[in-house]
Ligand binder design. Structure first.
Ligand code: NAD
Ligand code: USQ
Length: 408
């Protein structure tokens, strides 16, 4: 499988950049693609990565200077169908790893404009990709990042993509029912349906990785040089829960547990994201196959995570308080949760389990960049799920769309 061409879409992002380096280290020819819109969304939200991040040009240059190989950088917007089609036609990839979406649930819930932009960007970008693959690289394996949040929190076990149902004496295996909790999570459900359809109708080979919440910021490749670092978000829009709790704890602020903290989710270490994507590429789906893997390694409730962070801090003499704040989201406060996650293990995944040493090392990274923490971004997110206003109603600035000029 090595020496083959892999396109990483969304390669300027938290996961895309380390994934591009990881695959390059494994001997793949890597083409790193992004439209840099995330850097513009940061400007719009007044947010920024805690860890300074270099431009894509600088990153790939540093990678080359360190003798690690060539990562080919291309500025392409997935909503530009022609540019995307040209990219696929000219590179004929063996695999495409698709991270390039608007991935924040709170951002998608700000108002009508953010909801529409999220779904246009994500659903249309993925559709453009499916058409480009069908036309120019029909053998290519699509590895698409979905999300565990597609399933919601049903009161039965969550299977990996499909469930066998017996109904009125007949039996069938069908896509597992979806009950997502934001317009962002809904965009992933729409993607899954579109991908599944093109597998059946056109013979596309696809793996949908329903990933849980990712934590951590260090991989063997990001650790090589500060200019190879990946972004680390901690604010109320982009920061995921464990990363946020660790930053809050490092700066002595209370941990913002929404509600009772009984919301249970699947989690994984960023190094396991790298491994799962590699395993998926190395064991590709067959033509016409729509394969779904649940990509997480452990389940935790939000309160359990807060307690883990508090205890890790206490082991070093630090004190952390846990605040139960009203939940700005619309989600079940406590619920049954048992999601299967066996298929990637069967392919060879050896999970990094969450340990206090990992929490310690992220706290150390935060302390290194403590001057960059914006205290106004650390607290409870100010996006309320039930508001559902339009920009005109809120009087806020225009949402940045992918088609506008990009920022380096
Ligand atoms: P991120 O925002 O850091 O990176 C996404 C990248 O995609 C950005 O660099 C952005 O500029 C780019 N992008 C967005 N729209 C684009 C377009 N139209 N054309 C080209 N590039 C575009 O997000 P991330 O945390 O790295 O997440 C990557 C993927 O993994 C997303 O699809 C997300 O839904 C999924 N995922 C993330 C997590 C997590 O915890 N971070 C968990 C589960 C799933
Ligand atoms: N939460 C808190 N306090 C906080 C922040 C979050 O209690 O300060 C809670 C939320 O209410 C939620 C849980 O923590 O119940 C997870 O929230 P999150 O912001 O970490 O994760 P989420 O919004 O679901 O989105 C993130 C990524 C998204 C990915 C998803 C995986 O941003 O791209 O798809 O994790 S999953 O949750 O499995 O769908």
């Amino acid at each position: 499988m090595r020496n083959r061409t892999v396109i990483v879409l969304g390669a300027d992002g938290y996961l895309g950049w380390p994934q591009a380096m990881h695959l390059s280290s494994q001997g793949y020819r890597v083409i790193a693609v992004d439209n840099l819109v995330r850097r513009r969304w940061d400007l719009e939200c007044g947010t920024s990565s805690l860890i300074p991040i270099s431009t894509m040009e600088r990153r790939v240059e540093r990678w080359r200077e360190l003798g690690r190989g060539d990562i080919e950088w291309r500025l392409v917007d997935l909503t530009d169908a022609e540019a995307l089609s040209d990219l696929i036609a000219s590179t004929k990839p063996d695999a495409v790893v698709h991270f390039a979406e608007q991935r924040s649930a709170p951002f998608s819930m700000v108002d009508r404009e953010h909801a529409v932009m999220t779904q246009l960007n994500n659903v249309a970008g993925t559709l453009n990709l499916l058409f480009a693959l069908h036309e120019h690289a029909p053998e290519c394996h699509l590895v698409k990042l979905g999300t565990m949040g597609e399933y919601g929190t049903p009161n039965i076990d969550i299977e990996e993509g499909f469930i066998t149902i017996e109904h009125n004496g007949r039996t069938d295996t069908l896509p597992y029912p979806k009950l997502p909790g934001s317009f962002y999570h809904l965009s992933k459900v729409h993607d899954s349906h579109n991908i599944h359809f093109t597998c059946r109708a056109w013979g596309i080979a696809a793996t949908d990785l329903n990933q849980g919440v990712v934590y951590g910021c260090t991989t063997p490749e990001t650790a090589l040089h500060p200019e190879l670092a990946t972004r680390f978000d901690y604010d109320g829009i982009w920061g995921t829960v464990l990363n946020r709790f660790i930053v809050q704890s490092a700066i002595g602020k209370p941990l913002t547990v929404y509600g009772s903290g009984g919301q249970t989710r699947g989690f994984l270490d960023i190094r396991d994201t790298m491994a799962c994507v590699q395993l998926s590429i190395e064991h590709p789906a067959q033509p016409g196959e729509f394969r779904v893997f649940n990509q997480f390694t452990e389940q935790f409730s939000v309160l359990q995570l807060a307690e883990l962070v508090r205890d890790a801090r206490a082991a070093h003499g630090g004190e952390t308080t846990i605040d139960h704040t009203p939940n700005p989201r619309f989600e079940k406060d406590t619920h049954f949760y048992n999601a299967k996650h066996q298929l990637l293990v069967d392919l060879g995944l050896e999970a990094h389990k969450l340990r206090s040493t990992l929490i310690d090392s992220v706290i150390a990274t935060v302390e290194e960049h403590i001057d960059r923490v914006d205290l106004s971004q650390v607290g409870v997110s100010d996006v309320e799920w039930t508001t559902g206003r339009s920009r005109a109603a809120t009087g806020k600035a225009q949402v940045a769309t992918p088609a506008a000029e990009t920022v380096a």
